[in-house]
Design a protein around this ligand. Sequence first.
Ligand code: NI
Length: 264
Amino acid sequence: MLIDSHCHLNFNAFDSDRDEVLARARAAGVVAIINPAVNLEDSRQVVALAEQIPELYAAVGFHPNDAAGFSAAALSELRELAAHPKVVAIGEIGLDYYWDEAPRPVQQKVFEQQLALARQVGKPVIIHQREAAADTMAILRRWAADGPQTGLTLHSFSGDLPMAEEAVDLGFYIGVTGPVTFKKADDLRAVVSAVPLDRLLVETDAPFLSPHPFRGKRNEPARVRLVAEKVAELHGLPLETAARRLVENTTALFRITVGSGIGD
Ligand code: NI
């Protein structure tokens, strides 16, 4: 059994064959998929899709690339959406200084407002950061010190070992995606090896970040298995043992229940 803890199944890359993609995921043992959102329209869409697909769970929020579209009205609609039973997190939120689609102070303000929302509604958080590690950690450090933890994962972790160690100390999870299987990713593999298995999640970020040997092709949730296999190998465990732990981590963070076999 596996969970894809981050997949954009609602994206139109899947419009022509979403049922087949889901069938392949089920055949690969994927029992749940977490679908984060990137803006308000996307949040509505993800919630609607999660209502139709039993194993699909939604997160709602504004990606930093969409931060310029954030508003007080959007925040209040996110708060309403967050009350939906299939909404398990606020995300994906954070900072992206690679694309710099919105001014950095705007990204930071939108990020902090959504962290506050997560605490208000008592939901965990899915973090996106790209080339903004120092500012992201500064904001998260403040957030963690400021009140009760609601759970958090650093999606598609790309930082260094000290950052991973601080994240683990703060009680966060580290999300591992397809790049861990890439030839030149020895640094990332060293980080994933050093993080305790009980702090790791596996994810696809589909349709992006296809693992080896599908690099560059459209990704899909069935391929979370290739990521889990690499994590198992790095931790010197059989896939089944590692997968069980990874599923437990994910169900604990997002407070979901999946099919039989968990914890037995
Ligand atoms: Ni994503």
